[in-house]
Design a protein around this ligand. Structure first.
Ligand SMILES: NC(=O)c1ccc[n+]([C@@H]2O[C@H](COP(=O)([O-])OP(=O)(O)OC[C@H]3O[C@@H](n4cnc5c(N)ncnc54)[C@H](OP(=O)(O)O)[C@@H]3O)[C@@H](O)[C@H]2O)c1
Length: 212
């Protein structure tokens, strides 16, 4: 990030991410979509993924029309091989360097705990928590190659307070908070900052049918 004001720029263009590269998971909708637009709007080159290739391509065209530099590829972050394929694509797209990783893709499950199946437990864990852990591991060499960087883990208010009927989701977000703290300490010597964002309720597809 360059401080334009310090270099004589106007207040409006004080910050820029020109030259930076970013990966945003779950970039086709909701919070992730907004993050892609914001990062690209500040000049970063962004790679976005989600599971729906057709929807991603529609997003890419919209971003292209706005003059934003965004590439896309389909990836189910709950699948280990998909995550490896995603990071391989990112490595090629950005010549081995990544400045920003946003672990945003997530799945909410609202259901009484006694009705949750073993498959649902595994799926939500893999989508929210395991994917974040593994993508941090995979991104590390690219972040180090960039001279350091920033990881943002999309947590939730549900990761620190109790809500009825979302225990598995809450477990994943609480654990993501601890992942964030652990890596922030462990990777600080490599100039990799690790932070979490814990939103309250934001009207997206994820919560449109949820009754609290
Ligand atoms: N909305 C809220 O109130 C709220 C509050 C706190 C935290 N959050 C967190 O914020 C993040 C984004 O939520 P949102 O509200 O923006 O949700 P959303 O509107 O449902 O968007 C989720 C995005 O993630 C993608 N995605 C879901 N599962 C995926 C998978 N397995 N692999 C790859 N991509 C996947 C979706 O695309 P596809 O379905 O096409 O794959 C979509 O692009 C989540 O981690 C969520 O837990 C949201």
């Amino acid at each position: 990030v360059v401080d334009m004001a310090a270099e004589g720029g106007s207040r409006e263009d004080r910050w820029t991410l020109a030259g930076a590269t970013a990966l945003v998971t779950g970039g086709s909708k909701g919070i992730g979509y907004a993050i892609v637009e914001e990062l690209a709007g500040f000049g970063a080159r962004v790679h976005a993924c989600s599971r729906n290739a057709a929807e991603l391509e529609q997003c890419r065209r919209r971003w292209e029309e706005k003059g934003l530099h965004v590439t896309v590829s389909a990836c189910d972050v709950s699948v280990r091989a998909d995550r490896e394929g995603l990071m391989s694509t990112v490595r090629q797209t950005f010549n081995g360097k990544l400045d920003i990783l946003v672990n945003n893709a997530g799945q909410l499950l609202v259901k009484p705990t006694v009705e949750c199946t073993a498959d649902e437990y595994s799926k939500v864990m893999a989508t929210n928590l395991e994917s974040s852990f593994h993508l941090c591991q995979l991104a590390r060499p690219l972040l180090v190659h960039a001279g350091g960087g920033s990881i943002i883990n999309m947590s939730s208010i549900g990761g620190s307070i109790g809500f009825v009927g979302s225990a598995i989701y809450a477990i994943t977000k609480g654990a993501m908070n601890q992942l964030t703290r652990s890596l922030a300490a462990e990777w600080a010597p490599n100039k990799i900052r690790v932070n979490g964002v814990a939103p309250g309720f934001i009207t997206t597809d994820m919560i449109k049918d949820v009754r609290i």
